[in-house]
Write a protein that binds this ligand. Structure first.
Ligand SMILES: Nc1ncnc2[nH]cnc12
Ligand SMILES: [Zn+2]
Length: 347
């Protein structure tokens, strides 16, 4: 057992240097207002804001849909391969400071193709930055292509078709956007097709939607990982099943706070999840919109829930063991975390 923190500053130092993996990050949600303005200027696009401060002031949300309306509007400045590269590289440079060593990144191709930017433009710029992040920063990453659940399954099939030439660079498919009214079962056929193609399957479920949506994601979509999953806690049998199956939950505390999934971080279910034996991880979701990257998510949650060093280590380890990397990579990462903790506390 690791010792108790002697001070808030010691906890902050511990979190700051801890190696991390991020498993729930929408690359379009890392678009900082400064870059939004720079790209708007570069591409001669009008945006309905006069300053960076005005953009930030607009980021007050009451629910998921409030946020999504602004998120899709923000994407309008992304037009060229270079734009997607710059967006993605800015994310990696930022999380390098947070000791992120591995990231499994979502992108929303339909958010681009529906406004006339080709699938190839979006993915090639993103992949080029992922390659640069590996060689320049030592951060490994994978790409997960999400289907927008407010659109039809037919649309999702068309997107899977566009992805065909890129499948060796796409690790999996996900499901995001407006959850309520768009249950996972709406996408059962396209997920089956994706799985046949060897793609991993993940889905947002239980963020705003009921436990029944989580069950559908498990049973109909046969997910390999659950994004959010908060509302699973309302169903004891479901929690038992998730724990027994060793399902990883990609939890996003500051997102949950910003979207009013929880009223206060002190009421966040993360500690309950750990206590119930769930493999929970901490992630940033859309850090530019929700006010925090990985270290902020770890630290503010640790403060609010008074997490011990061992719990913080468990969360960081879960990020690596819940990744889609191979066993050798995971073992090395878990060893690096143990070594970091031992050296930090000189135990
Ligand atoms: N938190 C979230 N939930 C659903 N769709 C999203 N798209 C981007 N962020 C999302
Ligand atoms: Zn998300």
């Amino acid at each position: 057992m690791l010792p108790a923190f002697q001070s808030p500053a010691q906890r902050e130092d511990f979190v700051a240097g801890l190696p991390k993996a991020e498993l729930h990050l929408h690359i379009e949600g890392s678009l900082e207002p400064e870059l939004m303005f720079a790209l708007a200027q570069r591409n001669a696009i009008d945006i309905p804001f006069a300053s960076v401060e005005e953009v930030r002031a607009a980021y007050a949300f009451s629910n998921l849909q409030d946020f999504l309306d602004i998120y899709y509007q923000g994407m309008s400045v992304l037009r060229t391969e270079q734009d997607f590269h710059d967006l993605t590289m800015a994310y990696f440079q930022r999380v390098h400071r947070d000791q992120v060593r591995h990231a499994e990144i979502f992108f929303d191709p339909q958010g681009h193709t529906e406004r006339g930017v080709s699938f190839d433009t979006a993915i090639s710029g993103t992949l080029r930055a992922m390659d640069d992040a590996k060689s320049d920063l030592g951060i490994s990453s994978h790409l997960i292509m999400c289907f927008l659940r407010h659109l039809s399954e037919e649309d999702a099939f068309a997107t899977l078709e566009q992805a065909e030439p890129w499948l060796d660079r796409i690790l999996g498919v996900g499901l995001d956007s407006s959850e309520l009214g768009h249950p996972p079962s709406k996408f059962v056929n396209v997920f089956a097709r994706a799985r046949d193609k060897g793609l991993k399957c993940v889905a947002h479920a239980g963020e705003e939607g009921p436990p029944a949506y989580v069950r559908e994601a498990l049973d109909s979509l046969k997910i390999d990982r659950l994004d959010h999953g908060n509302r699973s806690l309302e169903d004891g049998e479901l929690v038992k099943r998730l724990a027994e199956e060793g399902m990883t939950l990609t939890v996003c505390p500051l997102s949950n706070l910003a979207l009013c999934v929880v009223d206060d971080l002190r009421q966040h279910p993360l500690k309950k999840m750990l206590d119930a034996g769930l493999r929970a991880t901490i992630n940033s979701d859309d850090p530019s919109y929700f006010g925090g990257y990985m270290n902020d998510n770890f630290l503010r949650t640790a403060e609010a829930l008074d997490l011990t060093a061992d719990e913080i280590v468990t969360l960081a380890k879960n990020g690596f063991s819940g990744s889609f990397e191979d066993a050798e990579f995971q073992t090395r990462a878990l060893g690096a975390i143990d070594q970091y903790a031992a050296e930090f506390f000189k135990v």
